[in-house]
Design a protein around this ligand. Structure first.
Ligand SMILES: [Mn+2]
Length: 357
């Protein structure tokens, strides 16, 4: 090997100089080299071991890089992506979306292999125009969640969006609080990617028309025009059910109010906040934006909601996403969604008191 003579010559030269210093006889260089060569075997191994260690280090670095890459994928970051692709076409499929309500867990586990862990999807054949986080408040509705995932993924994939579905589960036994879940979920989700907008989505509502776009709107957009099961002809929602909103608008109005426990109110409250901030809310045509609602036992409406709504604007600065105390219990990346369990009442406020005061 090339390094051996160099090393030996150097060693012998040093030896020679040291011997000369000690004024003993100066050993000849050749003599020294011959002597050194007899020890060659022993020294060779030492260098081989060093080379093997270096190779192992390089290999392990490569493996670590690969591992890091996989970790990123799991976190919903883009896979190796071709930036030269052209922009995705704007959705022009104007069909009705059929809803399938029968789906078993086992079948669902094997569906949609192009959706990455954590419910993240990005089209591979074009550059998506929108990066959307879909936030679904949840508790105790396993069947609805299955139907939701089964129908929403193909619906969203068709629209060539980059998106991820986050299911926000309320921990504990307090009465449900949709506003708090959205506020806490929003904060957590912003740590998991650079989302342009968020869509606040009830788990029991499913779009029936491909013209309902889940793109990021310029102004906040309420998506449910008509809920087909709704018998009341005067029924309308200003901001409930399903709504899309730019991230900066959500922050500007301080998110949802934290005060609405039980059913109702929080959506009208944020509508007031938006109105006050001069942010218009757009709505789809009633004939187009059809949604079906999955059947469930009606929750107790919050009797206190009208009283709260009257003081909504007074509270907005100090009651919202900026002031909510919450604790994330777990974040799990599952096959078709990211499951976030949140304690939205870590200070153990007595909800009954807030609810009825
Ligand atoms: Mn409902």
């Amino acid at each position: 090997m090339f390094y051996l003579p160099v090393r030996k010559v150097l060693k012998c030269l040093i030896k020679k100089r040291n011997l000369a210093r000690q004024e003993r006889h100066a050993a000849s260089l050749t003599e020294c080299l011959i002597k050194e060569s007899s020890q060659q075997e022993k020294w060779n191994y030492k260098y081989h071991i060093i080379i093997i260690i270096v190779i192992l280090l390089i290999l392990s670095l490569k493996i670590f890089q690969q591992y890091q890459y996989e970790m990123l994928m799991e976190d919903g970051e883009p896979f190796d992506y071709n930036e030269t692709l052209s922009m995705c076409a704007i959705n022009t499929t104007f069909g009705k979306t059929p809803i399938n309500r029968l789906i078993t867990k086992n079948v669902l586990e094997r569906l949609y292999p192009t959706v990455l862990k954590g419910g993240y999807y990005r089209p591979r054949d074009c550059q998506p125009r929108h990066k959307v986080a879909i936030l679904v408040p949840y508790r105790d509705r396993a069947l609805h969640l299955r139907i939701f995932l089964y129908n929403m993924h193909p619906f969203l994939m068709k629209q060539k969006l980059e998106y991820r579905i986050f299911v926000l589960e309320q921990a504990g036994l307090d009465i449900f609080n949709r506003g708090r879940l959205f506020n806490a979920g929003f904060k957590e989700v912003m740590k998991l990617g650079k989302w342009q907008c968020v869509i606040f989505h009830d788990v029991d509502l499913l779009p029936l028309d491909d013209r309902i776009l889940y793109t990021c709107p310029i102004w906040p957009r309420n998506m449910c025009g008509t809920i087909v099961e709704e018998k009341d002809p005067t029924f309308r929602t200003l901001y409930g059910g399903v709504s899309a909103m730019d991230v900066k608008h959500f922050s500007k109005v301080n998110g949802y109010s934290n005060s609405y426990w039980g059913w109702g109110g929080e959506d009208d409250d944020i509508y007031k906040r938006l109105h006050e901030a001069g942010i218009p809310v757009t709505k789809y045509d009633k004939q187009i934006a059809l949604y079906t609602s999955l059947r469930h036992v009606k929750q107790a409406p919050n009797k206190n909601r009208y009283k709260l709504l009257r003081t909504a604007l007074k509270r907005s600065k100090k009651d919202g996403v900026s002031s909510l105390k919450f604790k994330v219990i777990s974040v799990t990346l599952l096959h078709l969604y990211t499951h976030i369990v949140i304690d939205i009442n870590p200070n153990k406020e007595i909800v009954q008191e807030i609810y009825f005061k």
